[in-house]
Design a protein around this ligand. Structure first.
Ligand SMILES: Cc1cc2nc3c(=O)[nH]c(=O)nc-3n(C[C@H](O)[C@H](O)[C@H](O)COP(=O)(O)O)c2cc1C
Length: 381
């Protein structure tokens, strides 16, 4: 078992949340091999200990897409975050902004763009899916721009949803799902009161604002299922450039050839990601995919990485493998579900402390000094 703050928060989230929500967060696609490897491959990478290098002064800050970040971290887009804590997107975004790092609002958030952006002390990022309803996409881009969103994260690894069998077992989907969800909420009264009742409305805020009528969880599953677009290609992305002049990051790259196409397209960044093992089970973990991608495109655009990051040490590992920054997914969601915005703040403090120890003991005084020399290469990295 991997021991970390996120492991503790995961346990706390498991106790707090109705099972259908916990397993929706915790689960992956099919037999969950990639989900497991994301975590294990990262944890298995040996850091190279160096000593006696006067490491009194450390600088964890960095710059991404013209923004100063206190640490090379951003919170990843996570759908339905407002179901895990009361108005969860606002709570998580505040915690991130107060710590000096970006929050990325998902297309399928509970709180709409217009609720989150004005509540926080720095501009946020916005994630968009490729959906058949291009009218929605245009509308979302215009609203993001109006709300002062700086960076657009375009998720391309969901042209069709992966099969998440856990969701059928847990009551998120499958037979009698609605009834099972109600029963589960009744046996988790703290969540039912704090989030289920006081956290309303539980719309998909961005979509109901566009449609002009409220949406519920059943709509979420139905609308999304009907709207993913398997016909998408690089050519289809070009029209987005007419609607979005700011930095654009392509999320869901796992292959060096696709990374090169992202450079050709003119992307400002990519996220090396397998969607946290939630899409195609059996693909490479991000940690194993990253070095070849960095060899292919490092310096031509910014490389972010996610999937499997559970500790500050993992952040340092991803940077050493070639990332310029990382995104946290489940790690922050578990903390949010367990303890709200204060949980996310605490988790980010712990990540910072863990990164500091890793930097001191690998001899890296700044983010730029973290490199493959920070790893023991003979072990196959
Ligand atoms: C519950 C959940 C919902 C997610 N929703 C989205 C989403 O709406 N858009 C998106 O681009 N990625 C989504 N992701 C993927 C994350 O952005 C990120 O890639 C992933 O969580 C990273 O893996 P990790 O959780 O192991 O750190 C979601 C992940 C989880 C766990």
């Amino acid at each position: 078992m991997i021991i970390s703050a996120s492991t503790d928060y995961r346990e706390a989230a498991r106790r707090k949340l109705p099972p259908f929500l916990f397993h929706y967060i915790d689960g992956g696609a099919y037999a969950e091999y990639t989900l497991k490897r994301n975590v294990e491959d990262l944890a298995g990478i040996a850091l190279r200990q160096r000593v006696l290098k006067n490491m009194a002064e450390l600088d964890l800050s960095t710059e991404l897409f013209g923004e100063k970040l206190a640490m090379p971290l951003a919170l990843a887009p996570v759908g339905l975050t407002g179901m895990y804590a009361r108005r969860g997107e606002v709570q998580a975004a505040k915690a991130a902004a107060d710590k000096g790092i970006p929050f990325t609002l998902s297309t399928v958030s509970v709180c709409p763009i217009e609720e989150v952006a004005p509540a926080i002390s720095r501009p946020m990022w916005f994630q968009l899916y490729v959906l058949k309803d291009r009218g929605f996409m245009r509308n979302a881009l215009e609203r993001a721009k109006a709300a002062g969103v700086t960076t657009l994260v375009f998720t391309v690894d969901m042209p069709t949803p992966g099969a998440r069998y856990r969701d059928a077992h847990s009551g998120m989907s499958g037979p009698n799902a609605a009834l099972r969800r109600v029963l589960q909420a009744m046996t988790h009264p703290a969540w039912a009161w704090d989030v289920g009742l006081l956290g309303k409305p539980h719309d998909l805020g961005n979509i109901s604002t566009y449609r002009g009528n409220p949406t519920g969880l059943a709509d979420y599953i139905g609308w999304l299922g009907a709207n993913f677009d398997p016909s998408i290609s690089w050519k289809d992305l070009e029209w987005i450039r007419d609607f979005w002049e700011g930095p654009m990051v392509i999320k869901g790259i796992l292959d060096p050839e696709d990374a090169k196409d992202a450079v050709k397209f003119g992307a400002d960044g990519i996220v090396v990601s397998n969607h946290g093992g939630r899409q195609l089970d059996g693909v490479l973990s991000s940690a194993r995919a990253l070095p070849a991608i960095a060899d292919a495109v490092k310096g031509e655009l910014k490389i972010l990485a996610d999937s499997g990051i559970r500790t500050g040490l993992d952040v340092v590992r991803m940077l050493a493998l070639g990332a310029d920054g990382v995104m946290l997914g489940r790690a922050f969601v578990y903390a949010l579900a367990a303890a709200g915005g204060a949980g996310v703040s605490n988790l980010l403090d712990l990540f910072e402390k863990e990164m500091r120890v890793a930097m001191v003991l690998t001899g890296a005084k700044s983010i730029a000094e973290i490199s493959r020399d920070s790893l023991v290469r003979e072990l196959g990295v």
